[in-house]
Design a protein around this ligand. Sequence first.
Ligand code: SAM
Ligand code: SF4
Length: 337
Amino acid sequence: MSSLDTLGRPMRDLRISVTDRCNFRCTYCMPFDEYKWIERQEVLSFEEIERVVRLFLKFGIQKVRLTGGEPLVRKDLHCLIARLAAIPGLPDITLTTNGALLAEQAEALYSAGLRRINISIDTLKSDRFTALTKRGKLEEVLNGVFAAKKVGISPIKLNAVIIRGTNDDEILDLAEFARANGFEMRFIEYMDVGNANAWSLEKTVTKKEMLETIAARFPLREVGREHGSAPAVDYEYLDGAGQIGIIGSVTEPFCASCTRVRLTADGKLVTCLFAESGFDLKTLIRSGASDDEIVAQVVKIWMARTDRYSDTRWELVRSGLYEARDHKKIEMITLGG
Ligand SMILES: C[S@@+](CC[C@H](N)C(=O)[O-])C[C@H]1O[C@@H](n2cnc3c(N)ncnc32)[C@H](O)[C@@H]1O
Ligand code: SF4
């Protein structure tokens, strides 16, 4: 069953936030010490998540990404990975993590079936890392990155949000670090996700700027988007040292090819990263709905999907009419990146 939304887009990627809690307070994501966290009983259980994934396979989902908040603070996450890895026909499971707890969990995650991972690392300077994450230690994250490599997780992609005046002087250092160690850098334009991060357009280093900086030192060739719909445009180093990806969702929006659907930790189905609300799938599930009823509801939601937030934002930004505060959004920490 391949249902298309109102703009002809199929559903291909399911991103599941397994918790909204986080051991960091990144200034660009969730800087607040306190927040109205989701009550534990409202968080989907591993059984419920597994059921949703099995049902979503009917739509032609090709990839499931576990995220958060910080997914590794969810107790026994490897058990969820093992459940998902055992589902016949699920092609790809991956995880986005800040890496702080990875050193101690890498082995269990790999044994459970995790083969791919994205680890966020925005700077290679210890003091800056702690300032940016408010609670993180660079050394712990680096230990996590190398533990993942040691147990055989591959590919390892490193995510860096580049913010003008904060870490834009490290684009080349990050690229070199990844090249030297066999990792793939993913450079991300700073976005106005959520409402907590005081985003401004001036702080967004554009995809074009990042590309020019890297290509001036390491010549590159464009490869394109994985499956034609991935957020990152990939580039290959001409000297054969691997590839990088750049996500330009602010200045080069890709809504037209967006095949992503998101499930929050409390079971809200959300069809856009910049959405204000989602559909309460958890209540439907916990009311005893049958598989057919759940699938029918999801089809209905997907077929009515009109989201093209980043396209519209870019049109408004270019006309000088965009004001991030005017648009209330679900926080990234709730939604999952
Ligand atoms: C919300 S985090 C959740 C997973 C995990 N805690 C982590 O940090 O990787 C997922 C991704 O979103 C990115 N992100 C958070 N806030 C962002 C922002 N304002 N602009 C661009 N990317 C952002 C993070 O850097 C991370 O790579
Ligand atoms: S969810 Fe990820 S990006 Fe957001 S504060 Fe936590 S570690 Fe940082």
